[in-house]
Design a protein around this ligand. Sequence first.
Ligand code: BT5
Length: 277
Amino acid sequence: MKLHDKEENRIKPMELNELNEYFNQLSQSKIHFFKTIDSTNTYAKKLLEQADNICSLNKNVIIAESQTAGRGRLGRKFYSPAQTGIYLSIIYVPDEKITNPAKITAFSAVALKRVIERLYKVNPKIKWINDLYLNGKKIAGILTEGFVNYTSGTIDAAIIGIGVNIQNNAEIPQDLAAIVGSICSNENSITNARFIFEIVNEFFKIMSENSDDVISEYKESSFILGTKITVHSVIESTDGIYEATAIDIDNEAKLIVKLADGSTKALNSGEVSLHAE
Ligand code: BT5
């Protein structure tokens, strides 16, 4: 690739003015923008902890151009370099208590997939429960964290953290190079500000859509249904690691698997990795 092409393809840093202009269209929303931060999810959690009234934080969005301690699930790291990806956290305070954060993750994955398709004209697939893949590599991850009200024991708010690789990163650590991909599209006119705004807008739209329809869309985009997978059980430690076939995703976003003895099981936790053929 010529240097000239590289320069053109490089994503531009975010313009705060442009971000503000977009977010002015979304009523009640407020953005918190950082050039760099440890983790946008951690910052969102602090905001919630310090708030007198958490409802006022609904639709607050924390955005960073890079993260020094980006987090995945189960204490894993999310590589979040500047220039090639976007990192944001949405604070969501619904009218009703949150009973199933996993479902919010599933809905977010569909929202993110829709926006990537619309803007970048590529078709990512979803790996249950929180990853988007393109051409066999992971291009985005979602980390939903519930904010628990310790007095009532209910989950009163959710923090939806989204990280997307827009372009390949030349400095990616060796251990990630084989699994990490990027959107890497020819659509160079999409600014980061617009991409982020569309994600947030689509998220709030999808949360009010018919749940069965969204789950159907999730299933249509899911690339593990019908395949053999290896289940790494984390919470139900007695189950350890076992093989199964992913056969369905139910209306609560649980993965239904069929075991070797023909029995089925609904997974709502634990880690799922694709079976190596
Ligand atoms: C996730 O976890 O993929 C959720 C990632 C959420 C990141 C966002 S960024 C904004 C917000 N603030 C945060 O601190 N986090 C959220 P998980 O499914 O556990 O996947 C983690 C695994 O993905 C790692 O162990 C690596 O194998 C791989 N990985 C790390 N960095 C990656 C990257 N940039 N792109 C794709 N895969 C990556």
